[in-house]
Ligand binder design. Sequence first.
Ligand code: DAK
Length: 258
Amino acid sequence: MEFQNLLFEVADRVVTITINRPSALNALNNDTLTDLNKALDEVAKNDGIKGVILTGTGKAFVAGADISQMASYTPEQCRAYMGYAQQTFNRIEAIEKPFLAAVNGYALGGGNEICMACDFRYASEKAIFGQPEVNLGIMPGFGGSQRLPRLVNPGLAREIIYSGRNVTAEEALRIGLVNRVCAPEALMDEARAIMKTIASKPAHSLRYAKTSINRGLDTDLYKAIQLELELVSLCFSSPDQKEGMKAFLEKRPANFAS
Ligand code: DAK
C-alpha cells in the first residue's frame, strides 16, 4: 500500500500506523486524512490484523488539524473537511479491533481527539496533551467536547477546554486520560508488548468486548447489560470458545484459530 504521510507496518498481527508528516508536526491535512482512511480500510477488512498502534514521527503525535489549510476556509469548506475528519475518528471506534494510541509528543486539538477515539492510551514522558482551539477562536470540533468529559472528570474537561492549557503526561496519567507513562525510548516496546498479548486472544472476544463497551457507554446501564448478554451468548457459537474451555479443562494452553 502506498501512503504520502503515513507508515503502515505489521508485526505479530498488530499494525503500527505512524502519522509521518514531521515538518508540520503531523498536523492532519486532507492528504493525511485520506491516508488514514486507506489504512483503516485495510485494518477493517484484513482478518490477519488483530489490533492497531497509532503513533507519530518526531516530536509530535499529532499537533491537530492543519491550521494553514483551514485558516481561509469558508464555513462550507470547513464543514466538508471537518466532517470527513470526524467520520475518520468515528471509524476508529466503529472498527471492532482494539486501537492503542502511543503518544510520543504533542497531542493537541485534533491530536488529542484522535487519541481519545482510540481504545486506550500510553504516553511518553515527553507527551503534551491539550485542546488549544480557544486560542484560535474556535472550539474542539473532532469530538473533544464530548469525549474528554466522558474520559476525565467533567469539571476538569471544562477547565482544559476553556483555558486551552497544556496537560503534561504526568497529569494525563493522574486524571485517567492515559493508562501508562513510559520513558520515551520504552514507549513503543511497551505498546507492542500489550498489543501482542491482546492480539493473542480470539478475534470474536475482542470484537464483541469492544462493541459491548462502546455501545454500552452510550446507553443506560440495564440496556447495556442486555446487549452484553446477547454478545457473550454469541461467543458460544465460536470454535475458539470451545477450544478455550477445553484447553482449560485439559490443563494446557489454548490454541486459538482466529
Ligand atoms: N497545523 C499546521 N502546521 C502546524 C501545526 C498545525 N496544527 N502545528 C505545528 N505546525 C507547523 C508549524 O507551523 C511549523 O511549521 P514551519 O514554520 O516550520 O513551516 C512546524 O509545524 C513546527 O512547529 P513550531 O515551529 O511551532 O514548533 P514548536 O516546537 O515551536 O511548537 C507547538 C510546537 C505544538 C506548541 C506549536 O507548533 C503549536 O502550538 N501548534 C499548533 C497546535 C494547535 O493549536 N493545534 C490545534 C489545531 S485546531 C472543526 C473545526 C476546527 C477543528 C476541528 C473541527 N469542525 C468544523 C468540525 C480544529 C481542530 C484543531 O485541531
